[in-house]
Unconditional design. Structure first.
Lengths: 214, 214
DNA sequence: TTAACACTGTGATTTTTTTCACAGCAGAGC
DNA sequence: GCTCTGCTGTGAAAAAAATCACAGTGTTAA
């Protein structure tokens, strides 16, 4: 029961950016940072930074700005870095493989606890420390491994079935790369990431002559 | 000079979704669609669909809804599918490879015209019909191939240099996967796609009990 | 000790985005 | 041909998000 009023996706995204930007800092060297500087590093305005930090109840000092390590800690706690997240990845194809490599030893609070595929060639192996299983065992293994998030990188037609199985396995958050609208129970959060759409957006705005982002 | 008032990123994203959703339809079978139905397929509200189509000046009929093929055509034209987009991909690593495979024979209006890497092993090859060059030739080749968009999938530290070289090569739109804030001239549109941030967002909202998306 | 400064925290305001709600229309049924 | 239905187009309202702008404050310098 940390947060009171529900906080928008946009704010959460920015908080995540602030935190990872701060991670690059050597806290023994840079002890504190001004909203202006953090803003510039993240491509937002200073007022926005202050407002966002205000919504999670974090305060700085007027002369020093924000204490870097305190801020890292507070934002991290807020985003739930206290409790670990266990992710199951389904679809060890091109994209799935890239993600496996990427998250293998990345954020220690987002743990890839299992991977799944339908292709015999891909299962019963260990890739970057992550064990690969057959999708037929998805629900079962997800439960056993206590996965609470799922990443879907299977062909479009398989996405819904995979989502259903993940949910049955106890997952309550999905990142879906297939351009398909998933039907899931209300308590499950779904984020769709359609790379084609993003590219079409870039194409559109790249077309305009002098139109600045945002 | 097609559109008057500048249109937001959000609207463009949704238009792209509408269009790709419509692509799945057999237009000889389904000639028209209601805002309600398109909305459901795309996970938005009917009013939103109508409003979005209104902003690009597209009209339906009160009894039939929207003519599917006309809608495809109009949205496609609006998004600039008339003129081709030529993309350069830089960084043929895990993620870059996945994108290469994906876009090789995908959207015929988004053409991957060249790929680049710094690693000797990866250059002077043709992957899925896309020729791979050394980054040292980036600006030069981008010009020659008339690339107007760039996709950046290099390690974080190299992203800025790559962006600069792409812009010099005539690119005016960038999709950047590196968690780095790029500095580019004003006329260049940059979209940052930070997958870690997206996952942290999912983690946050998956944590909340009964909180619906949006 | 005081003054000047540059910052934060935040109410107020503005801008943007979404939703509401309904007039008006086109076709179906009678 | 009239009525009923359920849709679109859209002003108006509401909600959400971003920005402004400034009082209050710790810090430094004189
Ligand atoms: N690769 C990309 O860059 C990219 C970009 C945008 C979107 N996507 C989307 O991501 C998804 C995957 O793309 P990809 O390029 O990695 O595809 P891919 O074909 O390389 O990989 C798909 C993997 O899923 C496995 N699979 C198939 N059916 C399955 C099932 N029922 N259960 C479990 N595994 C199953 C396949 O064996 C394969 O390993 C697609 O929906 C695609 O539209 C991919
Ligand atoms: N792989 C993922 O799933 C994933 C997820 C999120 C973000 N990212 C981001 O995407 C970027 C690439 O990730 P990746 O996993 O594909 O990395 P990778 O190491 O697999 O690939 C990077 C590629 O870039 C090449 N390269 C290095 N320096 C270069 C230069 N100066 N010019 C051109 N090419 C150069 C390397 O040779 C390599 O082929 C990183 O910024 C990473 O943070 C990747």
């Amino acid at each position: 029961m940390p947060e009171r009023t529900s906080i928008s996706k946009r704010v959460i995204e920015r908080l995540s950016e602030y935190r990872s930007t701060l991670d690059e800092f050597d806290t023994t060297e840079t002890r504190s940072i001004y909203s202006h500087d953090l803003a510039k590093l993240c491509g937002v305005t200073a007022a926005q930074v202050r407002r966002d930090l205000m919504t999670i109840g974090f305060s700085g000092s007027s002369a020093k700005g924000y204490d870097v390590s305190e801020l890292q800690q507070t934002v991290g706690d807020f985003l739930g870095f206290g409790e670990e997240r266990r992710m199951a990845l389904v679809g060890i194809g091109h994209l799935g493989r890239a993600l496996l490599d990427f998250f293998a030893d990345r954020n220690p609070k987002l743990i890839l606890c299992a991977a799944f595929d339908i292709n015999e060639m891909r299962i019963n192996r260990v890739i970057h420390g992550v064990r690969c299983y057959a999708v037929s065992q998805l629900t079962e293994v997800a439960k056993e491994k206590r996965a609470n998030m799922g990443i879907i990188t299977v062909p479009d037609a398989a996405a819904q079935d995979v989502a259903t199985a993940l949910v049955e396995g106890g997952v309550s958050g999905l990142l879906n790369f297939a351009p398909v609208q998933l039907r899931v129970p209300n308590h499950v959060f779904v984020e769709n990431l359609n790379i084609s759409t993003v590219l079409e957006k870039v194409a559109y705005f790249a077309g305009q002559s002098g139109d600045k982002e945002r």
